[in-house]
Design a protein around this ligand. Structure first.
Ligand code: PEP
Ligand code: MG
Length: 604
């Protein structure tokens, strides 16, 4: 019998949520800094004061440790990432938690370790039990800070030692932001976790580090073993433990092609997204954190087409002040100048649940108090944000954009607030860009229908297909069960894009797209032919889209788009798009990076 075969462990394939793109193959390092669980130790009444003092000392030490991590993160990854650890300092100082622990020491006569552990564990469990991802993801932060305090209480040093001197794929139940920041980037091939979602701090950090990551794999930490080989596909969300030699080889090839493809595309860096017959579209980047601006610039984005400002809130779980926002927007504007930076006002609610806003339970949060609706319901927050954006506009080419506008009534209300803020600044003599462009996202069907009217009142449209598709096709964008119905090339979507482009162009305004569809290579030729003026995509998708645009003539693209508008079913539509791509781009391994289409990713 073949010995090799006997040794080969069972291959296990799992599917999770891809949060940072790329392909990694390598040795697994099972990382489980177990939560220190102190025994219940009873104390005498005369020991109470000493135990309370131990808490105080541990807090001081922990504070110094967190500050050190914050400084390291700020230096290496930028201020916003550093601020994750500011939020850890706030957890550390949480008086409710500390008072409860102190009360436990006094009333139950237990050691500081045990008292703190029980209080922290209760908060941790209650966050994990929440329905909303956002709260579950904050549990990572509580655990992070809690572990540090327990370590300091137990006399162990609060250190992050990874037992490796070779590159590894880190597998963990959860991995906290502090842990990631302390891994040497050179030794980190990929990250996979049982828990976590797209907006977790861990996900944000892996994107900032450009390390492939997949989260929400449920039980991978129980199935994986250190030193075994695993494969992480941060594009599709697939993770393979113990891949067979054959699959390892396939993935090595895929990784090679993926890297080659990007190296090849890097040659086009700096060149405009211009068709072979000289038609240009603006190729911009979507960013969530200001640190991503560097990746956008490395891939020569011609501007920021969407800055999702809500992340300024989500990173620290509190509304940034006018001054804090002003500093971020100004820095961004200066970095990108003279290119535009499109700042979208907070799109909180939906899957990005704002704590502290007391929205209450909603049966359908995506259609609830969300985005511009929150801004209009909380004018003081809205005005603060507009003021900060307007002030920053004096330092670069800022454009202001509003999410989820459904029609003229809302737009008029928005413009009223905007005028009020503007007049206030004029009265105070504060500088801003007087001709700042104002635009809206077209992401609900009513906005498409009203586009001819809306176009008369704004300077640009940006189509948000993530929401537009979910509302048009009634397919929840985050629901796996209906993911197959979330179809960007559905004939209804293509026609809506065309209607929006026509409405905008009839009024002479720019029409762009910042939904994920703009970065789907299967859609690029069609979108180009439908007449979009601008496409804004995630920074890593820029080279691919640029390559496609530069490989075709506008005449051809227009003809193909017209042909696609005659398609009646999604099936036909996707078939024709795939056929055209295979014919025209046979030499490009574009297929290997496509996320949206199952038929293309099946083999990844
Ligand atoms: C969209 O809906 O397409 C969009 C870009 O906005 P978000 O994904 O932030 O909702
Ligand atoms: Mg949206």
């Amino acid at each position: 019998m073949n010995r090799e075969r006997k040794i080969q462990k069972k291959e296990i394939t799992l599917k999770g949520i891809p949060t940072s793109p790329g392909i990694a193959i390598g040795k697994t390092l099972l990382f489980g800094r177990k939560m220190l669980i102190p025994d219940q130790k009873n104390i005498e009444i005369d020991q109470v004061e000493a135990e309370l003092e131990r808490i105080g000392t541990a807090l001081e030490r922990t504070q110094r440790n967190i500050e050190k991590t914050r400084d390291k993160a700020t230096k290496e990854l930028g201020e916003i990432v550093g601020r994750i650890f500011e939020s850890h300092l706030l957890i550390l100082e949480d008086e409710i938690l500390l008072d409860e622990a102190r009360a436990k020491i006094r009333s139950k006569l237990v050691s500081a370790d045990f008292a703190y552990y029980s209080v922290m564990k209760k908060t941790y469990d209650s966050l994990l039990a929440q329905k909303k991802d956002y709260f579950r993801e904050r549990a990572d932060d509580i655990r992070d800070v809690g572990m540090r305090i327990l370590m300091n209480l137990s006399g162990e040093t609060d250190k992050y030692e990874f037992q490796t001197d070779e590159p590894v794929i880190v597998v963990a139940r959860i991995i906290t932001p502090s842990e990631i920041v302390h891994i040497n980037r050179e030794l980190l091939l990929g990250v996979v976790t049982d828990l976590g979602g797209e907006t977790s701090h861990t996900a944000i950090l892996t994107r900032a580090l450009e390390v492939p990551a997949v989260v929400g794999l449920k039980k991978i930490s129980l199935l994986a073993q250190s030193t075994e080989i695993s494969v992480v596909n941060g594009n599709s969300g697939k993770v393979i433990l113990n891949p067979t030699p054959h699959h390892q080889e396939i993935y090595r090839q895929k990784q090679k092609r993926y890297l080659q493809f990007y190296t090849q595309l890097a040659d086009l860096n700096g060149l405009p997204a211009e068709t072979t017959d000289g038609h240009r579209v603006k190729l911009m980047a979507n960013i969530e954190l200001p640190v991503e601006v560097e990746t956008a610039q490395n891939h020569s984005a011609e501007g920021i087409g969407l800055f999702r400002t809500e992340y300024l809130y989500l990173v620290n779980n509190q509304f940034p002040s006018e001054e804090e926002q002003f500093i971020e927007y100004k820095r961004l504007a200066e970095k990108m100048a003279p290119n535009p930076v499109t700042i979208r006002t907070f799109d909180l609610g939906g899957d990005k649940a704002p704590a502290g806003l007391e929205i209450g339970r909603e049966a359908n949060p995506f259609m609830g108090l969300r985005a511009i609706r929150i801004s209009l319901a909380r004018p003081e927050l809205f005005k603060t944000q507009i003021r900060a954006i307007l002030r920053a506009s004096a330092f670069g080419n800022i454009r202001l954009m509003f999410p989820l506008v459904t029609g003229m009534d809302e737009l008029r209300k928005i413009k009223r607030v905007f005028r009020e803020v503007k007049n206030g600044l004029i009265d105070e003599g504060v500088a801003f860009k007087p001709d700042i462009q104002i635009g809206i996202m077209i992401e609900v069907p009513s906005a498409v229908i009203m586009a001819p009217e809306l176009a008369k009142e704004v300077d640009f449209f940006s189509i948000g297909t993530n929401d537009l598709i979910q509302f048009t096709l009634a397919a929840d964008r985050g629901n796996e069960m209906v993911a197959h119905l979330f179809q960007d090339l559905h004939p209804a979507i293509l026609r809506m894009v065309k209607m929006t482009v026509n409405a905008g162009h009839n009024q002479g305004i720019e029409v762009g797209m910042c939904g994920e569809m703009a970065g789907d290579p299967l859609a690029t030729v069609i979108l180009l032919g439908l007449g979009l003026d601008q496409m804004s995509v995630s920074p890593l998708a820029l080279p691919e889209v640029r390559k496609i645009v530069r490989s075709i003539s506008f005449t051809e693209a227009e003809k193909f788009a017209e042909f696609m508008l005659t398609k009646k079913t999604y099936k036909e539509s996707i078939r024709e798009a795939e056929k055209m791509m295979k014919e025209k781009f046979a030499d490009l391994p574009i297929w290997f990076t496509t996320q949206n289409n199952e038929s293309l990713t099946k083999d990844i």
